[in-house]
Design a protein around this ligand. Structure first.
Ligand SMILES: [Zn+2]
Ligand SMILES: [Zn+2]
Length: 247
């Protein structure tokens, strides 16, 4: 059995080691992620209460922080939150400010809760208005612009197809469809740190702060970015482009 991240993620590891050295080297798995059920190795998984993989860590922190009701009580683990908070507090103030504005956009988008029928419409590619929470695929399409053939773009990964946006959007819509998204000042450093943790896995770079400002569709391994962090990262792009998408 091989680690999911080792299988796809080249050699990247989050640079926040909080695990003892292991005699079981990657890609041998140590456990199954409680959030996504992928297998992870000693380098790509951590256990604080429950085992979680490096892709899920930032997403779990973000979800626990802005919509705790979206995580079943049995799967709750606040373990990584202090680590993310410390990383966010150490980040440049302007990155935190960008994330604060991005979270405000997410909170606004989440307050426009669509009905059941509307949600089904949103599941169709190209349908409905862009919305970071309920119609993320269309927010991404609007911000990513043309052409969407990523293999032909100099700035994009060659393993990303347009249809993946709909899959990502669908996960986010289902996760938050019936949840209250609440953002406070205390959420800002935590989610900033969660983003920094997530981009270290999804983007090949020695500079996580710069990587945190790259939109997910331009990251080297966008498939290793959890849908929840696609939402955060897309909102960050909306802020840095200064062109708010109509919700
Ligand atoms: Zn691994
Ligand atoms: Zn996972």
């Amino acid at each position: 059995m091989s680690c999911f991240l080792c299988a796809y993620g080249r050699k990247r590891v989050p640079k926040t080691p909080d695990k003892p050295a292991s005699m079981t080297p990657p890609p041998e798995t140590l456990g199954t992620c409680r959030r996504c059920s992928a297998h992870a190795c000693s380098r790509h998984g951590a256990r604080v209460g429950q085992f979680i993989c490096a892709i899920c860590e930032g997403a779990d922190v973000t979800q626990s922080t802005i919509a705790p009701g979206s995580i079943p009580v049995t799967a709750m683990s606040g373990g990584p939150i202090p680590k993310a908070k410390a990383a966010g507090e150490a980040a440049p103030a302007d990155l935190r400010e960008t994330v604060r504005q991005a979270l405000t956009l997410i909170e606004e988008a989440g307050s426009q809760r669509p009905g059941r029928a509307e949600r089904l419409d949103f599941a169709l590619p190209g349908a409905g208005s862009p919305n970071l929470v309920f119609n993320l695929s269309e927010s991404i399409r609007e911000l990513a612009g043309e052409p969407r053939d990523f293999a032909a773009r100099g700035d994009g990964p060659d393993n990303l197809e347009d249809g993946f946006f709909d899959a990502v959007g669908g996960v986010v819509r289902e996760l938050f469809a019936d949840q209250d998204i609440v953002v406070t000042e205390a959420s800002v450093p935590v989610v900033t740190g969660a983003l920094l943790i997530a981009v270290q896995v999804a983007h090949e770079s020695d500079d996580p702060v710069a990587a945190a400002l790259i939109p997910p569709w331009e990251m080297s391994d966008p498939l290793l970015l959890d849908p929840v962090m696609w939402m955060v990262s897309t909102a960050v792009r909306q802020v840095t482009m200064g062109t708010p998408v109509a919700a």
